[in-house]
Design a protein. Structure first.
Length: 230
């Protein structure tokens, strides 16, 4: 007989998830403390900034009442650490050619899901009257817009402060945009699959969880769809 707490191979038990989420926070806190002890205050502040950025959704929840899915803040922390600590400070942007592209892929995929969540606020969570692919196109466009604004910001910083955020210039920008296109497509497809047929892929589940936890934004979400996420 299978014990109630057992879970399929490769799937963390619910009781273990808080522990797994705590590990990245402990690692970043340790990195910040180590930087302070060794006198590398810039590194310490960058590590602390990663934690601060990751806690912004919690602060937004306290002000607005909008709830983010469990583990969302930890995901932001891991992304910030991968970009700022491992990428910039650890030099992985230079030693691993695909590191920057991988981060762009993840960010653009999640941004497309955010775009779908924004589009669904217009229907209150109910199935839209237009074809679902129309909302998916809006989600895709939102992700690509943010990606373009990011590249413009990098160009402006390089031009004003003489930094080298874009490294190889146009090839770097075009490579980032190509990966953004791929990630935005994946996120939009996942959002479409969630709204159209209730798919429970990782990105689709992120959208479903957010909608289920925020009845103020999605009052017309069906009770069945809300229960499926609980």
């Amino acid at each position: 007989m299978t014990h109630p707490s057992a879970s399929p191979l490769g799937t963390p038990r619910p009781a273990a998830r808080p522990v797994l989420r705590a590990l990245p926070w402990a690692a970043v806190a340790l990195a910040s403390g180590a930087g302070a002890v060794l006198g590398d205050w810039q590194f310490a502040w960058v590590a602390a900034a990663c934690a601060g950025l990751a806690l912004l959704p919690k602060a937004f929840t306290a002000v607005s009442g909008i709830v983010f899915p469990a583990g969302f803040t930890t995901g932001i922390l891991i992304f910030c650490a991968a970009a700022l600590l491992a990428g910039e400070w650890g030099g992985l942007y230079v030693t691993l050619w695909w590191w920057d592209l991988a981060l762009h892929l993840v960010a653009s995929s999640v941004l497309a899901v955010v775009g779908m969540a924004l589009a669904m606020t217009a229907t209150g969570g109910a199935r839209p009257r237009v074809a679902v692919w129309v909302l998916a196109v809006l989600a895709f466009a939102f992700s690509m817009m943010v990606g373009a604004m990011w590249e413009l910001m990098e160009f402006s910083i390089d031009a004003i402060f003489g930094t080298n955020a874009q490294r190889s210039g146009l090839p770097d920008t075009m490579g980032d945009q190509a990966v953004n296109l791929l990630g935005a497509t994946l996120g939009a497809v996942a959002g479409h699959a969630r709204v159209d047929r209730g798919a429970r892929w990782p990105l689709a589940r992120l959208l479903g969880r957010f909608m289920a936890d925020n009845p103020v934004l999605y009052p017309d979400l069906s009770d069945h769809a809300r229960r499926r996420q609980s």
